[in-house]
Design a binder for this molecule. Structure first.
Ligand SMILES: [Zn+2]
Length: 427
């Protein structure tokens, strides 16, 4: 029962002032509720009933969001900032009318679509008139949020990180050789934001020293080679500390910090150089959430927290806590089968499988390949199985090598015992 997990100590520890004793009964006979917890339940209930169901999965393109842009054209100012290298429009939505100017952009890397789904969840949330009226009114009065939902529409369509000219737009902040890069820089120069949100997605290879996957990672980018904590960097760090504390309640041990090596060609670093705080969001992985629908929700909760809708207590935030967030490590694979005999060896080993993503018929196919054989101590699988020292066959063969596509893995002596079947991962 949900209420059993909530204690008064929890409420007080969070410096929540209003602790109401209500008449709910649980096994302790008394349930203590604080408004913070009530809010958490409400926002989760709102989300699960109301998220933007018109877009889902990993393949999200300009065509997918066009009906939504048409709908929101009735509510918000939507402008076309320019066109991509292949002539696709790059739209921007303006929400709210407050003094605090925030510029957010998603799908700068075309195949990183999770945060685009979050943007439309958030738009739906702030547009509806039934729930959280006061909080949304405050948000719309305090902030002007400019959102570019798909900065790289050609890459989104091709399901590639890079744009149509195979250029990584996030290494273009100085060269500005591509239409998409110039669109972003022009928007930044024109809008003069107080805060930038650089919205990305990360591969399933990232985990943390907590042994858990990096489901959400953040970065306050550096603005010089020394990685000094400048004023703008500190502000972004403080905001990230607040986001981390909020998300820890939802995904404990699954929030990471991205590497902060300086690169002036990255837009986040370049904007921080100009004195504007930038938060890099990386939507990561969780269990079997290959469609990234769970991560999308966590990013939504991060958004409502960032914009003050979750009424975070005003306890002082120390930016130094930013450095306590564990750094991303490449310590995860999609699947690890431990303790098996392969390649006629008599010594048990472990094998790791990683999926590569491929666009086929407008959907993303996940193709399992052998990524590593042995040496998997300190690595974790989003799914793991123990082979109990048995001999295995991969695709009915004894011998395996790195890079091999995997269809099925079964026990050599009892072929009905299946450890891995790619059909179980078709999405
Ligand atoms: Zn990215």
């Amino acid at each position: 029962m949900y209420f059993d997990q909530i204690s008064l100590a929890d409420c007080l520890q969070n410096q929540t002032l209003v602790a109401q004793i209500t008449g709910y009964r649980c096994k302790l006979h008394i349930v203590y509720l604080c408004w913070r917890t009530i809010f958490k339940m409400e926002i989760e209930a709102w989300y699960s009933n109301n998220f933007e169901s018109l877009i889902s999965g990993r393949y999200v393109t300009l065509e997918h969001i066009k009906p939504l842009l048409k709908k929101y054209d009735n509510y918000y100012e939507i402008s076309i900032l320019g066109v991509s290298e292949l002539g696709k429009e790059i739209p921007m939505i303006k929400i709210g009318s407050g003094k605090r100017i925030v510029l957010a952009w998603s799908q700068m890397h075309g195949n990183e679509s999770t945060t685009t789904k979050t943007i439309f969840d958030f738009l739906k949330f702030v547009t509806q008139k039934d729930d959280f009226k006061d909080e949304i009114k405050s948000f719309l009065n305090d902030f002007t949020l400019y959102v570019i939902p798909i900065l790289n529409p050609d890459g989104a369509s091709l399901y590639t990180r890079n744009n149509a000219n195979n250029i990584d737009l996030n290494r273009e902040a100085q060269d500005l050789s591509q239409n998409e890069s110039r669109v972003l820089m022009n928007a930044f120069n024109k809008l003069k934001p107080n805060l930038c949100l650089n919205l990305h997605g990360q591969r399933s290879i990232f985990g943390l020293e907590t042994k858990k996957p990096a489901t959400v990672s953040f970065l306050s980018p550096s603005s010089n080679m020394d990685r000094k904590v400048t004023d703008s960097r500190r502000i972004a760090m403080e905001l990230i500390v607040g986001l981390n504390e909020y998300l820890q309640k939802l995904i404990p041990g699954q929030v990471g910090r991205y590497y902060d090596s300086f690169n002036a060609n990255c837009f986040g670093d370049a904007f921080q150089m100009k004195g504007v705080p930038v938060i890099l969001f990386e939507a990561g992985h969780l269990g079997d959430d290959y469609r990234r629908e769970k991560t999308r929700a966590y990013l939504f909760y991060a958004f409502v927290n960032l914009f003050g809708i979750t009424k975070q207590d005003n306890f002082p935030i120390n930016y130094k806590k930013y450095f306590l967030i564990p750094e991303n490590k490449k310590n995860y694979y999609d699947y690890i089968l431990r303790n098996v005999l392969v390649n006629d060896s008599i010594k048990p080993t472990s094998i790791a499988i990683q999926f590569t993503e491929s666009l086929e018929n407008e959907t993303i196919k996940f193709i399992p390949k052998i990524a590593k054989i042995g040496g998997l101590d300190g690595f974790y699988g989003h799914l793991e199985k123990d082979g109990d020292n048995s001999e295995i066959l991969v695709n009915s063969q004894n011998n395996i090598e790195i890079g091999l596509n995997v269809f099925i893995i079964n026990n050599k002596n009892d072929k009905s015992l299946i450890y891995f079947n790619e059909n179980n991962f078709l999405l």
